[in-house]
Each structure stands twice: as structure tokens, then as C-alpha cells.
Design a protein around this ligand. Structure first.
Ligand code: CP3
Length: 350
């Protein structure tokens, strides 16, 4: 990053926290902030034939990215896309059934794995990079643009099962029964993620977040192999070309592994899910790296005194150190907009 670029990105509160500075009032954005809880999103979504067509239409995707920033004045925009564009660009057929979540052609045998593209086809994802440059040009310097990818374990769990599942048993069983096959899939995803995140920085994102949404289902030995090690290697890989690249690691359910992620993964900030004890987070995670989180999405649905108490707890325990205020997981479609406004008022008044 040039000195001029660095000075520019330092205008954004999110970037300052990512560099380790505590803010008087923590900057805020919400995971999945572009989504069905917004009427303007539902209207935009109805204009695309499928969810992936929506993601690959730079005009629609840039508008979806901007909507929550315009409405709420969040301190960061997150690229509107999905973690499953990576398998799509590896040649897996991906679709989203209405209301039922993603469907993929399962990759659970050597034959199916070897039929994939050897490397991610970045030209296939050119609409995503166009969305990034369009949004970057629309945002003021004070608002950070965050890119993202799914972590290999989380993406692999969808690829192996061909869909979401509560316990991720298909991927866990494949990793036990055919470790060489699962290893090969994860290696491909590590390389694909390094290339994809690098191209997102090239197109104009200020920081990226790696979502390991299903890290919490693995026993420690498996966590080390399939979550920690791939995360560390993606971060190191991205930094080979961009030594300063700001990276947030969100390993949902990682609990007691978070201090190690903060100390040894190379991430600049650690995402906290809803279940993390705030004293533990302050003493063992935020003492090492800035943190992001961790309001319960259901407290935001509930609103009222429960919401205010939950916001106040986070500010009391984590607000004096480097903190990016966020949810502990994605915003729920039934979230009332008035409660998001209430949350912001409470944060700004703090
Ligand atoms: O606003 C943002 O945060 C940016 C966009 C974003 C989406 N998905 C849009 C989306 C991001 C960052 C994601 C990440 C993602 N996608 C994750 C990791 C984060 C997490 O929530 O755990 C995962 C596991 C996925 C996979 C995925 N995409 C699922 C399981 C589903 C179906 C469930 C659902 O919420 O409907 C999706 C679809 C999806 N991705 C939607 C959105 C706005 C909803 C589809 C629609 O609007 O029709």
C-alpha cells in the first residue's frame, strides 16, 4: 500500500480499529446487512431471476451493497455476493432454491473432485470485481469496503453434502474416511481463496473477512487441520502479495481456540460469535488483537430493554479496547428496521 493510500484508508474508523486503535465510539456494521429484512432489498431481489444472477449483476449487487450503508450510515459496506461463488467458479453447479438454501452437485468422490477446474476461474468472477470497483467509487473514504470469502472447511462442508446441514456430518465423515480426498479438496480451496481475496483487494476492497461459519462442529484435532491451518495459510498467502492486507477471521463456535487464532493465525482482527464470554474475550482475545462482534441477532429481533442491555454489556466489556461492533452471526430476515435504528442510537449515545 502506498503512503497516500494508507492515509486515505486511515480516514475510516473501521480501518483504524483494524490497525489496533481503540475508538471512542466503536464503528459498526452488521454481518448480512444487505438482505431480506430491508424492503428495498426485497424489491431489488425480485428483479433478478436467481440469487446467483443477482450476485453476478454488478448494477444490482452494487446497489444491494449500498442499501444498508445509505439507510443506516454503517461504517463499513460488505460486498454483496456469497461464499458459494467460489465452488461455482471451480465448476460445481450451484443454485439457491427459494427458501431452502443452497444446492450443489456434491463433490464426495475422487472422480467428482478431479472433474473440477484445477484452479479458480477468476474471469468467471469478473462481475464481482466490477461490483467492488463500482461500490468503492460510490463510497466516501470514511466508509470501509469489506470483501470476503468462506473458509475452506465451511465451503467444503457445502460442497461435500451438496447442501447445508445442521451437523455437517457428510464432510466430517469424508475427512475421517478419506483424508487424502478431503485434504485435496481443502488444498484447492486454500489456493482458490488466496487468489480470490487477492483479486478483491486488486479491485478495491479495504479489508476482507474470512467466514468459517461452521468451525464450531469440529473436535480439536480436526479444528487444527481443517480450520486453523487453512486460515493461517490463506492469510499468509494473501500477505505474500500484500504484506499489509487487513484480514478479519470469523470462526463461529471456535470458543476456546480464539486465543490461538488471535496469537498465531496472522489475522488482524478476530470475529466473536454470540456465545463468547465477554470477560474471556477481553482478557484472552482483545488483549492480543482487535475484536469484532458479538450482539445476539435475536436480541436485535427482540429490541427494547433486552437489546439495550445486550449492547451495553458489549460496550462495557469490550468498548475500551479496539472493537468493531457487529452481530455474532448474520442478521435475521425478521429483524425490525426500527430495532437496528435503536441499536445505532444506543451505540452513538454511549
Ligand atoms: O450483507 C452481507 O453480509 C453480504 C452478503 C453475504 C451473503 N452471504 C448474501 C446472501 C455474505 C457475506 C454471505 C456469506 C455466507 N453465505 C455464509 C457465511 C456467513 C454466515 O451467515 O454464516 C454462508 C454460510 C453462506 C451460504 C448461504 N447463502 C446460505 C446457507 C444461504 C441460504 C440461507 C439464507 O439466508 O437464505 C445463502 C443465501 C444468501 N446469501 C442470501 C443472502 C442475502 C439470502 C438469499 C436471498 O436473498 O434470496
Amino acid at each position: 500500500m502506498s503512503v497516500a493510500e494508507e492515509a486515505m484508508s486511515d480516514q475510516s474508523a473501521v480501518m483504524r480499529v483494524l490497525r489496533g486503535q481503540a475508538a471512542v465510539k466503536p464503528p459498526v456494521w452488521l454481518m448480512r446487512q444487505a438482505g431480506r429484512y430491508l424492503p428495498e432489498y426485497r424489491e431489488l431481489r425480485a428483479r433478478a431471476s436467481s440469487f446467483l444472477d443477482f450476485c453476478y449483476d454488478p448494477r444490482l449487487a452494487s446497489e444491494a451493497t449500498m442499501q444498508p450503508v445509505r439507510r443506516f450510515g454503517f461504517d463499513a459496506a460488505i460486498l454483496f455476493s456469497d461464499i458459494l461463488v467460489v465452488p461455482d467458479a471451480l465448476g460445481v453447479s450451484v443454485s439457491f432454491e427459494n427458501g431452502e438454501g443452497p444446492r450443489l452437485a456434491p463433490v464426495d468422490t475422487w472422480e467428482r473432485l478431479l472433474a473440477l477446474k484445477k484452479e479458480i476461474d477468476l474471469s468467471y468472477l469478473s462481475p464481482v470485481f466490477e461490483t467492488i470497483s463500482t461500490v468503492r467509487a460510490m463510497l466516501s473514504g470514511g466508509t470501509a469496503l469489506i470483501g470476503f470469502c468462506g473458509a475452506p472447511w465451511t465451503v467444503a462442508s457445502y460442497m461435500v453434502a451438496g447442501r447445508g446441514s445442521p451437523d455437517h456430518a457428510s464432510a466430517r465423515l469424508l475427512a475421517y474416511r478419506q483424508p487424502a480426498l478431503f485434504r485435496d479438496l481443502v488444498e484447492r480451496l486454500i489456493e482458490a481463496s488466496i487468489a480470490y481475496l487477492g483479486a478483491q483487494f486488486e479491485a478495491g476492497v479495504d479489508a476482507v473477512q474470512i467466514f468459517d461459519s461452521w468451525a464450531g462442529v469440529l473436535p480439536p484435532r480436526e479444528f487444527e487441520r481443517w480450520c486453523f491451518d487453512p486460515l493461517r495459510r490463506i492469510i499468509a498467502g494473501v500477505r505474500r502479495a500484500r504484506p499489509q492486507a487487513p484480514i478479519i477471521a470469523f470462526a463461529r463456535g471456535a470458543g476456546g481456540h480464539l486465543p490461538r487464532l488471535a496469537e498465531a493465525s496472522g489475522a488482524d482482527a478476530i470475529g466473536l460469535d454470540t456465545t463468547i464470554d465477554l470477560d474471556f474475550a477481553a482478557a484472552r482475545v482483545q488483549s492480543v488483537k482487535p475484536v469484532q462482534g458479538n450482539l445476539d441477532p435475536l436480541a436485535l429481533v427482540a429490541g427494547g430493554a433486552a437489546l439495550e442491555a445486550a449492547v451495553d454489556d458489549i460496550l462495557a466489556k469490550l468498548g475500551r479496547g479496539p472493537l468493531i461492533f457487529n452481530l455474532g452471526h448474520g442478521i435475521l430476515p425478521e429483524t425490525p428496521i426500527g430495532h437496528v435504528e435503536q441499536m445505532i442510537r444506543r451505540l452513538r449515545a454511549s
